[in-house]
Each structure stands twice: as C-alpha cells, then as structure tokens.
Design a protein around this ligand. Structure first.
Ligand code: AP5
Ligand code: MG
Length: 213
C-alpha cells in the first residue's frame, strides 16, 4: 500500500457503495495513507447497540432488519461527528438518501465522492463470509461454517448480526434509496467510480491515483 502523508489535510470525502462493496475496507486504508478521520455511521450505531445506550436501543431494530435508521436521527449523529473532524474526513455509509445528501451539503463542502462498484451477485457472498473483530479488523472466512477467527489484537472476529439475516434486504434498500445518489453527485461533478471487483490493494491504488493523480 502507498504510504503518503496528506498534502491537503482538509480533504472531505464520501465513499458510496452497496453493502459489501468495500467501503469500510477502503476507508481504513485511505485514512492510514492520508491521515484523515474515518466516519462510519454503521460503526457508530453498532457501538451504541453494544453499549446498550438510548440511541442503541432506538436503532437496533433498524440495523438487525437491514432498514435505514430515520434520516433525522442519522443526520444529527453525523453533524456531531463532523464538528470533531477539523483535519478532513472520509464518510463511509453516509449519506444514504437524497435527503441526507442535501443535509450534508448544508453542513460542509465535499471535495470528492468515490463510488465503489461491485456486481450485485458478488456482494452477498462477501458479506456471508465476513467476520469482524471489535477492534474493527475485518476477515474473510474460508467457508460459511467458520464461526469466528482469531484476530491479531487477541479478540475474536465474528459475524455481524445484519450479515446473518439481513443481507438481501440491505442490498434492496441500497438499490432503492442509496443508488440514486450516484446521479445526485454526478450532477455536482464530484463523483468518480472505481472497480471494486479488483483485489483490495488494487482498489486502493485506483482510488488513490484518481484522487491524487
Ligand atoms: P453499514 O455498517 O454502513 O453497512 P453496509 O452499508 O451494509 O456496508 P457494509 O459495512 O456491510 O459493507 P462495506 O461496504 O463496508 O464492506 P467491507 O469493507 O466491510 O450500515 C449498517 C446499518 O446501519 C444499515 O443497514 C442501517 O441500518 C444503518 N445505517 C448506517 N448508515 C446509515 C445511514 N446513513 N442512514 C440510515 N441508516 C444507516 O467489505 C465486506 C467484505 O468484503 C469484508 O469481508 C472484506 O474483507 C471483503 N472485501 C472488501 N473489499 C474486497 C475486495 N476488493 N475483494 C475481495 N474482498 C473484499
Ligand atoms: Mg462497512
């Protein structure tokens, strides 16, 4: 992977893509490479669910069933998080509706939107094999029967609740509610697409060279 320090440390980016497209994977690589903050609304919600907070209790049903958390709740969470990111950020999983995208435009200037494109038939198999550790590291299990994978941090990577039962629903919600954002950002001239069917490293390299030439 390229190791580069941010030249313009205030780069504000959005990663778009279906569930399993590789948003989280690429966001982490990009943040390591250019030293910006990773904002994943899914991770924020899962942390609240694990901590059994008021917000966690409120959003659990939505996540477990692959439904979108209401825009009003999600926008407030992002607003709060953005106020902590003075050095640039990559948004992973937000916006997911046109209303969220319009709200984001009112909050902050977005420099570029990267659409990670993966064929629909590949998504379900990636998600079914994904195992995630509490430290954030993600693994691909060799087969569906593997319950957990030992993580380098000492923890155990296990299946996400919404990878057990809500894969089909999440993909269909993506197609109806989130895919229209491709055109939304194309019209703004901010969108570019990378081929997410390549290896993780090649996706990172394409994304990086489209951003920095
Ligand atoms: P969220 O956590 O954002 O889940 P998602 O959109 O379903 O996306 P995933 O995290 O499943 O996939 P990813 O694209 O990050 O893929 P990854 O890199 O892990 O949201 C969860 C829920 O929260 C939503 O359903 C909703 O309820 C709620 N929510 C969140 N944001 C919201 C919002 N804005 N509004 C309303 N509700 C919201 O990769 C997947 C697997 O593939 C991994 O195993 C990885 O190792 C592997 N992989 C990655 N890239 C490659 C590659 N190039 N080749 C081979 N394998 C690869
Ligand atoms: Mg993710």
């Amino acid at each position: 992977m390229k190791e580069v320090k941010s030249k313009d440390s205030k780069l504000n980016l959005v990663l778009l893509g279906a569930p399993g497209a590789g948003k989280g994977t690429q966001a982490r690589l990009l943040c390591d490479a250019i030293n910006i903050q990773h904002i994943s609304t899914g991770d924020i919600f899962r942390k609240h669910i694990a901590g059994n907070t008021e917000l966690g209790i409120q959003v659990k049903e939505y996540l477990d069933n692959g439904l979108l958390v209401p825009d009003s709740v999600t926008i407030e969470i992002v607003k709060l998080r953005l106020s902590e990111c003075k050095q640039g950020f990559v948004l992973d999983g937000f916006p997911r509706t046109v209303l969220q995208a319009q709200a984001l435009d009112e909050l902050v200037n977005i420099d570029s939107v990267i659409n990670i494109s993966v064929s629909i038939d590949k998504l379900a198999s990636r998600l079914a094999l994904r195992r995630v550790c509490h430290c954030g590291k993600t693994f691909t299990a060799p087969n569906l029967d593997v319950k957990s994978i030992q993580c380098v941090c000492g923890g155990k990577a296990v299946q996400r609740e919404d990878d057990k039962q809500a894969i089909v629903k999440r993909i269909s919600v993506y197609q109806s509610d989130t895919a229209p954002l491709i055109e939304f950002y194309q019209k703004q001239g901010k969108l570019f697409t990378v081929d997410g069917m390549q290896s993780i490293e090649l996706v990172h390299q394409s994304l990086y060279s489209k951003l920095f030439g």
